[in-house]
Design a protein around this ligand. Sequence first.
Ligand SMILES: Cc1cc2nc3c(=O)[nH]c(=O)nc-3n(C[C@H](O)[C@H](O)[C@H](O)COP(=O)(O)OP(=O)(O)OC[C@H]3O[C@@H](n4cnc5c(N)ncnc54)[C@H](O)[C@@H]3O)c2cc1C
Length: 486
Amino acid sequence: MKEYDVTIIGLGPTGGTLANLIALQGFSVLILEREKSFYPLPRAVHFDDEIMRIFQTIGITKDFLKHTIINKGTKFVNSKGKVVLDWPRPRSLTENGWYPSYRFNQPDLEKQLRKKLKKYKKVEIKQNSEVSKIKNFKDYVKIKFKNVIINNPEEIKSKYVIGCDGANSITRSQINTKMDNLGFTQKWAVVDLILKKEKKNLPDRTIQYSNSKQPATYCRNVGKRRRWEFAIKKNQSEKKILSNFYIWNFLKPWLKKNEALIERKTIYTFKSAISRKWKKGRIFIAGDAAHLMPPFMGQGMCAGIRDVSNLAWKIAKCLRSNHNEKLLKTYQSERFSNVKEYVETTMRMGEFVNAVGSYKITDNISSTNDGTKSMQSIKPKLGKGLGQKTDKNRGKIFPQFKTKNGYHLDEKFSKEPILLYSSKVKKNMLNKINSIKSNKVKGLSIYLKKSNSKALIVRPDRFILASLQLNKNFDNFLKKNINILI
Ligand SMILES: Cc1cc2nc3c(=O)[nH]c(=O)nc-3n(C[C@H](O)[C@H](O)[C@H](O)COP(=O)(O)OP(=O)(O)OC[C@H]3O[C@@H](n4cnc5c(N)ncnc54)[C@H](O)[C@@H]3O)c2cc1C
């Protein structure tokens, strides 16, 4: 029976990102995907700076950037056309080294992820392959699947399996767990259009129409692509809603029929739910298999990509040394509260768009001079897991710095944790680990000072594992963290 280090079920954006992150670490990967090719129509249209940083690690940003635009933010408009809340995305680089928010077309991303995977000799992709059974053993997992064209059953062994198999995940049912519904369920129509000509009077931002009669969203997507989404009432006929007559009538305030082509029209049920368990033995779930959220914040796919960025280096560490149950268990505990905050914030946004909730979507809302409310993006820390609860820096994202001789720290250190230390720290154990002195990195000494630290350990997923306040504890600090550092 053929054996792999890692098997990934599902080659959507979550599976494609995970496969790249594991392949980058040099391990063998099998990807089993039920469909013949990728889903050709867009779903996700937005991602943020944290996610671009993960794409940077994978090495796709150079080509992929050409297919993106910088997102200028969102305005919430009431039924009288007045802006009641603004969510600006300033056109300046963030601490992650990228713009706060981007727009893209999902098939372009999936193409880039697959193109990159082709470069790895140890990556095998089996399309038309549907997984039906996954069984945990002490040191490996057995997976049964069949080729859906020729109906040919196969079985393989893998040291770890990750189900990135979407909302109806078979992996989730195999680990015997359930999704908890967090309370938002609503049907929305989604209409993607391609403009025939530039239309200057269409907004350059996302507009959320906060209106109890017809909650709706407009998205300014890449190139000539534009999207409208609108809520459907329980008694409305889906067939009627999706008729060209109804859609063009809905679009009348913005577009005439001869000005754009409908690329696709469909109805989704927007849900908010999180799986109780994300792991059983050597089997994991990630992405939509583990959580679902309505798309008002454009964070569903982003959450899946954050999952696998958290998980990939932990699995790689287990493959390089030994299986470490304690380490792998921190995957769910660190990701759960982070994703829950996104789901709950998105739900509040959905309620506001439905004009039944308050504008207080996040804790970070301020009033501008003209009285408009302005909202900031959330950046939740990791949930409890690796590192000390008492350490204030632990679980925060670490900024992307450049060294004084011009390279990005992220690009130099993408596989293993690094130790960043002020020049004042004694260096007894330093030759064993990846480490860099703060005076070699632009802005790092100031950052250390601001975070009241003499040294920091940064994990490969760019989160801070630990910080040290006093020089004299340096050896202890290293000893305590050495099992993660090497
Ligand atoms: C209208 C809409 C707009 C959205 N906008 C955004 C946005 O702007 N930003 C954002 O971040 N998110 C957005 N989302 C959410 C985002 O699209 C999803 O979160 C994301 O696509 C999930 O990716 P995934 O890889 O986890 O799952 P999927 O993309 O669902 O991929 C799962 C894959 O697993 C395969 N599979 C399933 N079962 C099996 C099996 N048994 N064997 C083998 N293969 C299997 C499937 O064929 C599929 O290819 C939006 C969603 C919707 C509906």
